[in-house]
Design a protein around this ligand. Sequence first.
Ligand SMILES: [Zn+2]
Length: 58
Amino acid sequence: MEEKQQQEIDLDKVYDYAEFPDKFSRRCDKCNSSYFKSSVKGGVFLRECRECGMKKSI
Ligand SMILES: [Zn+2]
């Protein structure tokens, strides 16, 4: 079966990297940008895309 589901990315949500690994390593799943801004919140490393604002906890 071909997997062709267009996954809608919710920018208010913080995605868990373990559940949603990068399609292309070090690139945003939504806009494919490689520019991120990083922060640490409560011991969790948060990576936010500078282009679209998609967030992942790593
Ligand atoms: Zn992005």
